[in-house]
Design a protein. Structure first.
Length: 115
């Protein structure tokens, strides 16, 4: 009886652990490309005179993972400025930028800042 209970408990914990790992996946985009694209948007925006610096206005660590998820689900990029550049990004580029910002979020294991 004790052996069955022990095996059942261990099995239950393995199932819970693997389920949690499946839901904790990062976005499917390439975060290195995302960082490059994110900076490139602001560089071209500065050249046109829409922003004062080629350095992005918002750092990845300025928001939590859920806040970044909400921004990219609603596709509300108004706080980023440079509306024309954001509108011209394709889905793959947006996913890459999302991956970069999400993995560097304030509540992620490794919060990041744009340098």
């Amino acid at each position: 009886m004790t052996k069955k209970l022990f095996i059942s408990t261990i099995t239950f914990f393995f199932i819970i652990t693997f389920t949690a790992m499946a839901f904790a996946e990062e976005p499917a985009g390439n975060k290195r490309k995302g960082k490059y694209t994110y900076k490139k948007v602001y560089k071209s925006c500065m050249e046109r005179g829409e922003v004062e610096s080629e350095r992005p206005i918002i750092n990845p660590s300025d928001k939590t993972m859920s806040q970044w998820q909400r921004v990219f689900e609603t596709k509300d990029f108004s706080e980023f400025k440079c509306a024309e550049d954001w509108k011209n990004l394709n889905e793959e580029e947006l996913l890459d930028i999302y991956s970069y910002l999400y993995t560097g979020a304030a509540d992620s294991p490794t919060p990041a800042k744009c340098k």
